[in-house]
Ligand binder design. Structure first.
Ligand code: ARG
Length: 568
């Protein structure tokens, strides 16, 4: 919680003894219009116990309160205790804070370096990396940065789908119709084409399915010929994925995919069996979860092969032993809800009390212009195409609006990719989102380019003003007391809480929203108030506000995994 809100809470705690501090924190509101007060505490709940009207109670609390010096005034308004900031003081506190903290603005040491494992992106080799995986990548990457800003230490894990029956299919397809050159040149597309081709051909010739199963069994049994092909497919794909991640500006601490657990599952199956948890069902091994209202969790097929769930149970235990995490997060779409509920239940039943620290963070599906994205046939939108399309679109806009821009290509990449990520992160995690070429790239409205453009505009003002050397000691908060300037200051004041809220709810869209609000408040300010041509004292104050907003937007975008170019 930011220190000013904390002051209001502390003052309330003294007056409202019948409520816990945490309850007061939950109840305190931030009214939308600053005329109604900057913070408001509703007294309706107190009426019954105090046997008085909320208005009287609010008046009484306001009356008796020792007003913290950052506030000018505390009054009753319709049953609310309303706090009004001393605008001059608040402006001075905030500007000093932003200019002092710089890229650490809004950070905290709350996390105390506790470890957060984040499992994100995790595309499947030989299947498409589509815009659905982008959500996992974008949300996971943003959470990584947000948690770190809150003082946690993150471990980013890419649990690649690099093992499974699809490899048997791809091997068969490659041997029949593939060639090495295509794999090396564009592995992701080529392997996907082979996968699709396999399904087409297998419809006509079902024997192919047996052949594919046979190749996957050979992989599982350690057959060198099968493994060599698998390793080559994986390595080529990982190389190409690396380029996409570089474009997105996303990094992982570990690329430990499903195959990493191949030699680690046997002891876990052993443990499950020793703990009396395994049930034999026609030769297959499963854990009965009926008692918990879930279908059984299959961990070994009758041919001895393991499953997605077996690897996830093993991975959870491996991560606990290796990183001793405080929390372990998994980002996939909500279709995997049951899978994770089963996996977490099994870990709990194994007697690991830390199973409660495993969190599946589901997100909605991505539809493309209204249609669902599918793997095998039809409407696959590959991430690579989306990014290239985005960059192309932005290039056109730049050519039209600012053809003389230096580093046009780089900026088109930054803005195009930023638009795609921002679009993804502006939606509430659980909502299905629709991807549309028309809305994602606008320089107006609530888009990434709009925020980036606002940042670049602030940079441009500061560049033009470079005759002055900004010294924070010259700053006079009295110059920024009007409503429009004060709104910008308020958005800076609420920044830290937006990051905190995004972190505690695992919801980057809260920060995205706040960054848009800040950009809009700033653009209103910039529209209403001349900066460079203002009187000297006012000019200095306004320039420092511009610099503070620039800094805050840059921090905000960075936490979302988006670059903030200085010119565009
Ligand atoms: N590869 C999976 C998919 O594309 C996602 C993996 C998520 N992580 C995990 N530990 N299961 O659906």
């Amino acid at each position: 919680m930011n220190r000013f809100k904390e002051m209001a809470v502390d003052a309330l705690v003294q007056q409202v003894k019948e409520l816990e501090r945490d309850t007061i924190i939950e109840m305190i509101e931030t009214p939308p219009e600053n005329h109604q007060g900057d913070y408001a505490f509703p007294c309706f709940r107190l009426a019954k116990e105090r046997r008085r009207s909320p208005q009287l109670i609010a008046a009484e609390i306001a009356e008796q309160m020792e007003i913290p010096s950052i506030f000018d005034n505390v009054v009753n308004a319709g049953g609310y205790v309303n706090f009004f900031f001393n605008r001059k003081k608040l402006a001075e506190e905030m500007i000093h804070q932003v200019l002092r903290e710089k890229e650490k603005f809004g950070s905290s040491s709350l996390g105390n370096n506790k470890i957060i494992c984040i499992d994100y992106s995790a595309p499947n080799i030989a299947k498409p990396f589509h815009v659905g995986h982008l959500r996992s990548t974008a949300i996971g990457n943003a959470l990584y940065k947000i948690y770190e800003h809150m003082g946690y230490t993150c471990v980013g894990i890419n649990h690649l789908g690099d093992w499974g029956t699809q490899f048997g299919k791809v091997i068969v397809a490659y041997r029949n119709w593939g060639n090495p050159k295509d794999i090396e040149e564009k592995p992701i597309q080529t392997l996907l084409d082979l996968y699709v081709k396999f399904h087409d051909e297998a419809e006509k010739n079902p024997d192919l399915e047996d052949e594919a199963r046979n190749w996957f069994t050979r992989m599982e049994q350690g057959d060198e010929e099968a493994l060599t092909l698998w390793r080559w497919f994986s390595n080529e794909t990982i190389k190409e994925l690396g380029k996409i991640y570089e474009l997105l500006g996303v990094k992982f601490d570990y690329y430990t995919g499903e195959s990493f657990y191949n030699d680690k599952m046997e002891p876990i199956l052993q443990e499950l069996s020793e703990k009396g948890m395994l049930k034999n069902s026609q030769g297959a091994a499963l854990i009965d979860l009926e008692e918990y209202g879930m279908p059984p969790c299959l961990v070994q097929k009758k041919d001895g092969s393991t499953l997605y769930a077996t690897r996830d149970i093993t991975a959870a235990i491996y991560r606990k032993n290796t990183f001793n995490f405080y929390k372990s997060l998994y980002l996939t779409d909500y279709s995997q809800k049951l899978h994770f509920a089963q996996v977490f239940k099994v870990v709990e039943l194994m007697g690991y009390e830390w199973a409660k620290d495993l969190y599946h963070l589901p997100f909605g599906r991505v539809t493309h212009e209204g249609r669902r994205i599918q793997t095998r046939k039809g409407t696959v939108v590959l991430l690579d195409d989306v990014l290239k399309g985005a960059i192309g679109r932005v290039t056109e806009i730049i050519d039209e609006k600012n053809p003389m821009l230096e580093n046009k290509e780089d900026i088109a990449v930054t803005v195009g990719v930023g638009a795609v990520i921002f679009n993804d992160l502006s939606n509430n995690r659980i909502k299905d989102i629709s991807f549309s070429w028309d809305t994602a790239f606008s320089f107006e409205g609530e888009t990434g380019p709009y925020v980036q453009y606002t940042h670049a505009r602030a940079c441009s003002v500061l560049r033009k003003a470079d005759d002055v050397h900004l010294d924070v000691n010259d700053f006079d908060g009295a110059e920024l007391m009007d409503d429009v300037s004060n709104q910008v200051i308020r958005k800076l004041e609420q920044f830290e809480d937006a990051v905190l809220d995004a972190c505690s709810k695992d919801e980057p869209s809260i920060l995205t929203r706040h960054v848009i609000d800040l950009a809009q408040a700033f653009n209103r300010f910039y529209h209403d108030h001349p900066v460079l041509s203002a009187e000297p004292e006012q000019r200095t104050a306004r320039l420092m506000l511009v610099e503070s907003v620039r800094q805050a937007l840059s921090v905000g975008l960075n936490l979302l995994g988006i670059k903030a170019p200085e010119k565009m």
